[in-house]
Design a protein around this ligand. Structure first.
Ligand SMILES: CC(C)(COP(=O)(O)OP(=O)(O)OC[C@H]1O[C@@H](n2cnc3c(N)ncnc32)[C@H](O)[C@@H]1OP(=O)(O)O)[C@@H](O)C(=O)NCCC(=O)NCCS
Length: 174
């Protein structure tokens, strides 16, 4: 019997699993660039950020499941283009992650396609996805979904660590 790969909207009860998946993504992204948790990830405390996004009408958080077990998540939000574009909105996929042992079986694909269909249903025709440069896995994944690169962020740091994380100022209150 084949495995079942599905995607469903995340709920507040999923917070623990979402935090776990987010921390795994963060660890993988920090190894590629230390600016990620400071500029590209979620605001700390991430518990609060995730809950706010579950409740936010312009955000969508989906879990990807294999046989009903959550092994990935995707987060996208509706953003506006510049004012002269009127009310045109763009759906930006900000975060996507699948546990390493569940990769390559379509969890990412079903989450990406479900999220995009959700935003299409809200009238979106434009989609962005945020990926770190040199991250071939994510680049291939989005290219397989019909995306192509349109922008790259160059970074310079005057700090002696070359932009590396000197010390997190965040202290969890939990
Ligand atoms: C990118 C990521 C989400 C893909 O998830 P996944 O569940 O493995 O992807 P899927 O199995 O749905 O693959 C969908 C398509 O992407 C492409 N793809 C996925 N993994 C690939 C790989 N290792 N090499 C080449 N192409 C790959 C393929 O075209 C695949 O289609 P196919 O199965 O028909 O060949 C996953 O690799 C991941 O979590 N990476 C780390 C997190 C990350 O980089 N996030 C992006 C920035 S936030």
């Amino acid at each position: 019997m084949g495995i079942s790969v599905t995607a469903r909207l995340a709920r507040a009860e999923d917070l623990d699993v979402l935090v776990h998946l987010y921390r795994r993504l963060e660890a993988e992204m920090v190894a590629i660039h230390p600016m990620w948790p400071r500029a590209d990830g979620l605001e700390e405390p991430v518990e609060r950020s995730l809950l706010a996004r579950i409740d936010d009408s312009v955000s969508r958080l989906y879990l990807g499941e294999v046989d009903g077990y959550p092994l990935g998540f995707i987060y996208g939000r509706s953003e506006t283009l510049l004012a002269h574009e009127g009310n045109t909105r763009i759906a930006a996929i900000r975060l996507v992650f699948v546990e390493e042992e569940a990769r390559g079986v379509g969890v990412g694909e079903i989450m990406r396609d479900t999220l995009m269909d959700d935003f299409r249903g809200l009238g979106h025709e434009l989609f962005d996805a945020h990926v770190l440069p040199g991250h071939r896995l994510a680049k291939n994944f989005f290219e397989a979904g019909g995306f192509s690169a349109r922008s790259i962020v160059m970074h310079h740091s005057d700090r002696p660590d070359g932009g590396r994380r000197i010390g997190a100022t965040f202290r969890s209150t939990r």
